[in-house]
Design a protein around this ligand. Structure first.
Ligand SMILES: CC(=O)N[C@H]1[C@@H](OP(=O)(O)OP(=O)(O)OC[C@H]2O[C@@H](n3ccc(=O)[nH]c3=O)[C@H](O)[C@@H]2O)O[C@H](CO)[C@@H](O)[C@@H]1O
Length: 368
């Protein structure tokens, strides 16, 4: 295979959650634009299977989603068995696809393909978008030639590894946002009114949803809310708040560019992909980390934005409806602060992250 022109075959393991899937798709877009071929490994989860429909130009294969049990229990045996059997299936797929390299976008679902690559003598790479890398990625990195990171603090967790700070890739559709008027119309909102986007990441955020619904009556008059409640909580939030004027509830949003384009500020969990999009688009935010995320990594993510002045960090444990309303009020009624935060957010963006990832893989392949 000719590696000089980027015609190589790349396997991208990006299943399990939006935070892994969308950056993986962004790399696929860049790799294929360079003339290469991709095979995307996704899980059986709904979000992954919907991506398969939305991107018919790519080849997808479904492999099991793998989650490590929190404590040592009999479930650990089935976890290990699943890792082993998935590694076998990935090995067969790499061979059949004539893969030149494997890129894992994170989580235990990335481990078997990177392990299989190492066994087959192929270069493997892992991308970690968080400030505090997870155990899965630290383990997966042992099979990898290079580790790509989204945020600077992650570097310290991969001692002795070839770590490249690439930033986290953003899908191409984020580069061409619709105008505010069209975007607002899509959600039945008034483009002339200040609008707050609420999102809990790809899986939603039940507690945050309830707080926003309770706090809304105390938001500044005229403020609209576009509330992405998550597929499992849509009906409940709709019942609690959906009938209010200027309050739009949706379950899963398959058009995030429009959601961002319609909004002046964002109240969000601090998943790395959502935050990457906020910095790429220069949106001020209030970040409420998911308190049960592994090793509290969402708090570490949010601290990076808070330190840069790009976001207000509000720990969920200390948040009630009154405090949330006060925070939203101070943000929505102060254009200067929003502009300052937007600029700080932009300063954290790495707009060519997908290109940096592809450059680093190509550099390794050309030395093979
Ligand atoms: C609960 C949890 O542990 N979540 C983790 C998960 O991300 P998780 O998928 O929860 O969240 P992220 O914020 O990283 O990514 C969400 C992605 O889904 C998209 N989106 C979201 C909602 C929607 O309706 N439509 C839609 O397209 C967003 O635009 C974004 O691209 O992996 C990330 C990357 O390791 C971590 O940083 C997160 O902490």
């Amino acid at each position: 295979m000719d590696h000089s022109g980027g015609k190589s075959s790349l396997v991208i393991a990006c299943g399990g959650t939006g935070g892994h899937l969308f950056p993986g798709l962004a790399v696929a877009e860049e790799w294929t634009a360079r003339g290469g071929e991709v095979l995307l490994l996704i899980s059986e989860k709904k979000i992954d299977q919907e991506a398969k429909r939305k991107y018919p130009q790519y080849r997808f294969e479904t492999v099991p989603a793998i989650a490590k049990p929190a404590t040592f229990s009999p479930k650990m045996l089935s976890f290990l068995a699943k890792l082993w059997s998935t590694k076998g299936r990935c090995g067969a797929l790499l061979k059949e696809f004539k893969a030149d390299a494997v890129l894992g976008m994170g989580g235990f679902t990335s481990l078997p393909p990177c392990w299989a690559a190492k066994r087959a003598g192929l270069p493997a790479f892992v991308h970690d978008s968080n400030a505090l890398p997870g155990k899965a990625n630290r383990l997966t990195s042992k099979f990898c030639r290079k580790v790509f990171i989204g945020m600077d603090p992650a570097k310290a967790f991969f001692p002795g590894m070839d770590v490249v700070q690439t930033g986290t890739p953003v899908r191409a559709e984020m580069r061409s946002l619709p105008g505010r008027k069209d975007a607002a119309a899509k959600f039945g909102l008034d483009p002339s009114k200040p609008t707050l986007l609420v999102t809990g990441g790809s899986q939603g955020a039940r507690r945050l949803n309830s707080l926003v619904a309770m706090a809304f009556p105390d938001f500044p008059k005229g403020t609209q809310v576009l509330h992405i409640a998550g597929p499992l909580d849509e009906a409940r939030v709709e019942q609690e708040a959906g009938a209010r004027h200027g309050y739009r509830v949706i379950g899963f949003c398959d058009d995030m560019p429009s959601a961002y384009a319609a909004s002046d500020a964002v109240l969000s969990r601090s998943g790395a992909s959502s935050m990457t999009e906020l910095s790429f688009l220069g949106l001020p935010s209030i970040l409420v980390p998911f308190p049960y995320a592994a090793d509290d990594h969402q708090t570490r993510n949010a601290e990076v934005f808070e330190k840069a002045g790009a976001a207000f960090l509000e720990p969920e444990g200390a948040l009630d409806a009154a405090k949330l309303a006060a925070r939203v009020t101070s943000l929505m009624s102060d254009l200067q602060t929003r502009e300052r935060m937007a600029q700080a957010a932009r300063s954290l963006a790495v707009p060519d992250a997908a290109a940096r990832v592809c450059d680093a893989i190509e550099a390794t392949l050309s030395r093979k």
